[in-house]
Design a protein around this ligand. Structure first.
Ligand SMILES: [Zn+2]
Length: 311
């Protein structure tokens, strides 16, 4: 009974998980960066240099390194969850938005979409927001005009590849499911959502270790087909059936060794796929000298990218 009470307490104190943890987002961004040519990298760096939190990213990346700043920017939509300058979507925070920003909302509903048993969307907006943000970057007349959309796009293309971010409406994408995880002594009873978020690596993954982990993913997993947002969503949702452990521990579903190995493989493959697709999409959006009206719809249409490194 005491143990049961403890579990309830644990479940109650762990808030809803956000997304792939920071490692997943930095890895996807690192892989995307490898797909960009030098002009596109410079354009991305110019955009991020106008963001109000650029100095924070630079400090955290521990270098004035454009690739490290790009990777840090990908975690921004999770960072603002605890940032007093921003508020929950129903909040009434007074004051003007940050310069160039449309609002001061954390937009928790942008990170996911939850479907019911009939496949209908019941919560979340990730699949709507990705093409909108891509469009905002494509239309931006100045780097500053794309500064709000770019970190969001870096983040959400990775999130939509996390199977539980196209989750079950009934259990809040696994946030309402507690499991026993013998593979992480520091967090033995995570929610299923958090378990999946943490699979790509430790949240402090940066620098040379990030680079090594990124290279490892590129060597293990060949580039995916490009697809479009609808296809990425469908792929993630198809993985859901096997994202829930079936083995029962003493009280809770338990992560078994075979399940854990398979989940790790899926998580890494999805992060690699997200990185490639994000890179191809950005190669289009940031291509210099292409009249805006001739660029394809990128994520919205799934047309072949114009970037040289895409398949
Ligand atoms: Zn997220």
């Amino acid at each position: 009974m005491l143990r049961f009470a403890l579990l309830i307490l644990l479940a109650a104190t762990c808030g809803p998980a956000a997304a792939w943890n920071a490692a997943g987002h930095r890895l996807a961004a690192w892989i995307a960066w490898q797909q960009l040519d030098e002009p596109a990298r410079q354009k991305a760096a110019e955009i991020l240099a106008t963001h109000p939190d650029h100095a924070r990213w630079s400090a955290r990346g521990r270098a004035d390194d454009a690739a490290a700043i790009f990777a840090e920017a990908a975690t921004w939509p999770d960072d603002i969850r605890g940032d007093p300058r921003f508020e929950d979507d129903r909040g009434t925070l007074a004051g003007a938005p940050l310069p160039g920003f449309p609002d001061r909302k954390r937009h928790a509903s942008w990170h996911y979409v939850d479907l019911d048993a009939q496949g209908r969307v019941r919560a979340g907006e990730i699949d709507i927001r990705i093409p909108e943000l891509a469009d905002a970057i494509r239309r931006a007349a100045t780097p500053a005009a794309a500064a709000y959309a770019l970190p969001w796009l870096l983040h959400l293309v990775a999130d939509i590849h996390q199977p539980l971010h196209v989750g079950r409406f009934g259990d809040e994408g696994g946030n309402a499911v507690t499991v026993e995880n013998p593979f992480n002594p520091r967090q033995p009873f995570p929610t299923l959502h958090t378990y999946w978020d943490d699979l790509p690596g430790p949240p402090w993954l940066r620098g040379r270790r990030l680079e090594a982990a990124g290279k490892d993913l590129l060597s293990r997993y060949p580039p995916p087909v490009r697809g479009d947002v609808a296809a990425w969503r469908t792929e993630s949702h198809a993985l859901l059936a096997s994202a829930y452990p079936q083995e029962l521990g003493s009280l809770l579903p338990i992560i078994g060794e075979h399940f854990h190995e398979r989940a790790l493989d899926i998580a890494r493959r999805r992060v690699a796929a997200a990185g490639h697709r994000l890179g191809w999409l950005l190669a289009d959006l940031l291509a210099p000298g292409v009249p805006r009206e001739t660029r394809d719809g990128g994520a919205a249409t799934g047309k072949a990218p114009s970037g040289a490194k895409s398949p």
